[in-house]
Design a binder for this molecule. Structure first.
Ligand code: CTP
Length: 397
């Protein structure tokens, strides 16, 4: 439909960017970026009339996003040239043809397009040798100022290198080194810097991504207090094992895997350093607590090792987030049975007796209520009592 509409409007229509790259690599990519040589917004409006989705228009960028009923998203843009007025500033946009539109992009492997209209339907548009670079597994910048225009491209480059196991073409490697040495990363706001780190940690091979950050001397821009070494890399490789183990429990948890990698990454920082890190990136409470947990890790781990009674295990682990417990296992997998016991059984144990029962025994409410009920819970956790009657008896005694 899009191709026919483009013909009708006499526009050339292309699909560009990540979709084409991944198509040639034989990988799925559901992000569809269309560009038209013509009025992109008009094209998106007309296309939406036929597809009956939802349309969001961004006049200042000349782009539109079309969301279809099944959740699929189509980005539509007008071919354009971008001018950057300063390092890390937003681009000023001017209309251009497909070749210029592709040239403004970051890497040759992302500067591929496939035409979707007319006689050239299905034809690969490859002005910058992107296809060959894909075949050779090479990441190559299109122009010398690319990283000054947009320093986040450094992170994109590392992300693609880690995701596909690609190498940087020597000149590109040199350009990255130069840009880093000239502190371009400092031009990024802390928010953007953190979101680029997060994207890398969420990508397919977060450890490779961190290794590349280290190799390119970028970690210190994230925080001068981060230490990355073989020992920590080894720990990070355990994340996958622990997640596999978690699946065998048949419990479902909501948490973000990338946070585990972040915890390993900052592990070893002291309280003051973590506090600074949290403040610098304005991290939310939950994430801040996870990072602070790396401080209590050692003592919790040795106390859990020594714990024998179920109630001891319960009171030690109660209140920690699942990420914290997983980190415990990443460091010491021998604790898995205790963590499993806590997750599968202990944390669900509740008592049925309450303050009402104590009143029924003829007592007036007082602070000892809490202690008495706590004692019942402890006995129940340790399996000394199992049902309501036993709870009542225990409470009375
Ligand atoms: N692009 C760019 N510079 C950036 C961001 C994006 O040149 N800083 C271009 C690239 O050509 C990219 C396209 O815009 O292919 C679309 O960007 P995006 O959808 O963010 O990235 P993808 O390449 O699809 O990457 P991913 O698979 O990680 O989504």
């Amino acid at each position: 439909k899009a191709g026919a509409l483009a013909e009708e409007l006499e526009y050339n229509l292309y699909i560009v960017g990540g979709f084409v790259r991944d198509l040639l690599l034989g990988k799925a990519n559901l992000d569809l970026d269309l560009v038209v040589e013509g009025d992109g917004i008009e094209f998106a409006r007309r296309l939406n009339k036929e597809l009956k989705g939802e349309l969001d228009i961004y006049h200042e960028f000349g782009t539109a996003v079309l969301t279809l009923e099944d959740g699929m998203k189509l980005d539509v843009a007008t071919t354009r040239v971008e001018y950057y007025s300063g390092i890390a500033s937003l681009p000023e946009v001017e209309l251009g043809c497909i070749q210029q539109d592709l040239f403004r992009r970051d890497f040759s492997i992302n500067a591929l397009a496939i035409q979707l209209n007319g006689h050239s339907f299905g034809q690969l548009v490859d002005y910058f040798n992107g296809r060959e670079d894909l075949e050779q597994g090479v990441i190559r910048l299109l122009h010398n100022f690319s990283l000054y225009d947009d320093p986040t491209r450094i992170f994109r480059g590392l992300r693609f290198a880690s995701r596909y196991g690609f190498k940087f073409e020597p000149r590109t490697k040199e350009l990255i080194k130069q840009a880093v040495d000239l502190d371009v990363i400092e031009k990024l706001s802390n928010n953007r810097l953190f979101s680029k780190l997060q994207l890398g940690l969420q990508d397919k091979y977060p450890i490779k991504f961190i290794n590349l950050l280290q190799e390119e001397n970028i970690l210190s821009y994230i925080s001068p207090d981060i230490r990355w070494n073989e020992e920590k890399e080894k720990l990070a490789t355990k994340v996958v094992d622990v997640l596999e183990w978690l699946k065998t429990l048949n419990l479902s948890f909501k948490f973000n895997e990338w946070v585990l990698y972040l915890m390993v990454l900052i592990w070893g920082m002291n309280h003051e350093q973590i506090k600074e890190f949290n403040q610098k990136f304005n991290l939310n409470k939950n994430l801040s607590y996870r990072l602070f947990f790396t401080l209590s890790f050692d003592s919790l781990s040795s106390r859990l090792k020594a714990a024998e009674d179920n109630s001891e295990i319960y009171y030690l682990l109660e209140g920690f987030a699942i990420e914290d417990l997983l980190l415990l296992l990443i460091k010491d997998f021998t604790l898995k049975d205790k963590v499993k016991l806590y997750l599968e059984e202990l944390r669900w144990i509740d008592i049925k007796v309450s303050g009402e029962d104590i009143i029924d025994f003829g007592y007036k409410p007082g602070p000892f209520f809490q202690d008495a009920l706590q004692a019942v819970k402890k006995a129940k956790l340790d399996g000394k009592i199992v049902n309501y009657q036993q709870e009542q008896r225990y409470l009375r005694d």
